[in-house]
Design a protein around this ligand. Structure first.
Ligand code: UDX
Length: 433
């Protein structure tokens, strides 16, 4: 088939590369000439393991075509996927302007029968608005169907998730559109769930908010564990072994971040306000998440007798999770800001996210960055683990101890075993331990 992706963010670019690799002819449309030029050379705008290699391979095979031009990418397409960003507005609602702008451009260029499927996370009702825009802007005799086809990939494992999804959800009124989408997904061995547009839209928000709720639940439990002497990891293991609950997404830490959970929980809360339904459960998920990084910071502050002035603090990890350079809503940001606001100095190391961290923090929150994990500990008063990159898990802690002014670790991701670290002579503060 010929498929077009509008947008080359995590969803658009990863899915485009995967479908090209399956033998389809794939167009990927962007708006930024510099990014499109780089993509034509096989340079991706963000770090995702394995992605650049897959993009390069499919560029060479001429199955993947990057363009700024809707006129080139739409007329031949059997399926057009809308994969543009839907960031939060100040109200918490999703900003749908990019979705609607893309729809206008698609409408002008539709030729034969085309399925226009939205992968962007959008509130219920959005796809019907897309249909109206397409209907209004298209040439008279052109036929199309719309569908909602939400994406569930995770950053850091995006290729694997796209090639091996737990399910593919497709919502449409038209059986023909669902047949086309099912045919396209055939080489991907998974459950293909056919449903309505509204249901598909709700599934995406529901899935993300329930996963975020699991994390906020674990974090709420960990606040208690910190005080009562229970071990959060074993508590959540004991809970997660119940098949009805499941073991995943129960790791307590410094809170969730990224491009989806924070924005999607807020958007679901906004939907409950709009339709006047009780949204307190969803609101609590978000509130607990804010408390999670604040709780971690307060633990550090308390250790220094509420006086962080002049203290030098090392942060290991800046990205919102390992294996990505993404800093969107990363818990490291409020932690760094709180430390700086209290007069501490921050030295940070992250294997991939430094450039994006500089942009996110701006000049007001300037910190020192080091090229490796150990030099970040030179002469500092404490080590804070904020992102659980693999290279931290078996780091040479003897070497770390020699570098630190005082051997104390605050482990926001519970990557170390308390007993072992203490035996090495560290003071160790885990999360919910
Ligand atoms: C998420 C969803 O998992 C994915 O299905 C959706 O398509 C996009 O949003 P992503 O944000 O890329 O994916 O990463 P994910 O692995 O879900 O982690 C999100 C955040 O939750 C990270 O900050 C991570 O550190 C945190 N997290 C995750 C926890 O704090 N504890 C956990 O147990 C799991």
């Amino acid at each position: 088939m010929t498929i077009t992706f509008i947008g080359h963010g995590y969803v658009g670019l990863v899915t485009a590369a995967v479908f090209a690799d399956l033998g389809n002819t794939v167009y990927c449309v962007g708006r930024n000439p510099e990014k499109i030029n780089n993509l034509k050379k096989g340079l991706t705008p963000f770090f995702e393991p394995g992605l650049e290699e897959l993009v390069k391979k499919n560029l060479e095979q001429k199955r993947l075509i990057f363009t700024l031009d809707y006129q080139e990418a739409i007329p031949e397409a059997d399926v057009v996927f809308i994969c543009v960003g839907t960031p939060s507005l100040p109200s918490g609602e999703a900003d749908l302007s990019a979705v609607f702008k893309a729809s206008e451009e698609i409408a002008k260029n539709l030729k034969g029968y085309t399925v226009v499927a939205c992968k962007s996370t959008v509130p219920v009702g959005t796809n019907r608005r897309v249909a109206k825009i397409l209907e209004k802007g298209k040439k008279k005799d052109v036929k199309f169907d719309i569908a909602s086809c939400p994406e569930f990939l995770k950053e850091g494992t995006a290729l694997h998730d796209t090639q091996n999804p737990d399910r593919i959800v497709a919502g449409a009124d038209s059986v023909k559109a669902l047949d086309v989408l099912e045919e396209l997904h055939k080489p991907i061995n998974s459950i293909f769930l056919r449903t309505t547009i509204e249901t598909a839209e709700m599934i995406k928000y529901g899935a993300n908010t329930l996963l975020a709720a699991k994390i906020s639940f674990a974090n709420s439990m960990s606040f208690l564990c910190d005080i009562v002497g229970a071990d959060i990891e074993q508590v959540m293991e004991g809970i997660g072994l119940d098949n009805r609950i499941g073991k995943q997404f129960l790791a307590a830490g410094v809170g969730y971040g990224g491009s989806c959970f924070p924005k999607d929980v807020k958007a679901l809360v906004a939907m409950t306000k709009r339709y006047k339904t009780p949204g307190m459960l969803f609101e609590a998920v978000e509130e607990v998440n804010q408390i999670a990084h604040e709780h971690f910071f307060q633990k550090v502050k308390k250790y220094f007798h509420n006086d962080l002035k002049g203290k030098k603090i090392t942060l290991w990890g800046l990205a919102f999770k390992p294996d990505t350079d993404d800093m969107r809503d990363a818990p490291s940001l409020p932690i760094i800001k709180s430390l700086l606001n209290e007069g501490a100095k921050v030295v940070a190391y992250d294997p991939k996210a430094v450039e994006n961290a500089k942009k996110s923090l701006g000049e007001k929150y300037a910190i020192e960055y080091t090229p490796d994990a150990y030099s970040a500990c030179a002469g500092t008063d404490a080590l804070l683990i904020v992102t659980e990159w693999n290279e931290f898990k078996q780091a040479d802690l003897e070497k770390v101890k020699k570098q630190l002014k005082k051997p104390v670790i605050f482990d926001g991701r519970n990557i170390y075993e308390a007993k072992k670290v203490k035996e090495l002579g560290f003071e160790y503060y885990g999360t919910g331990k």
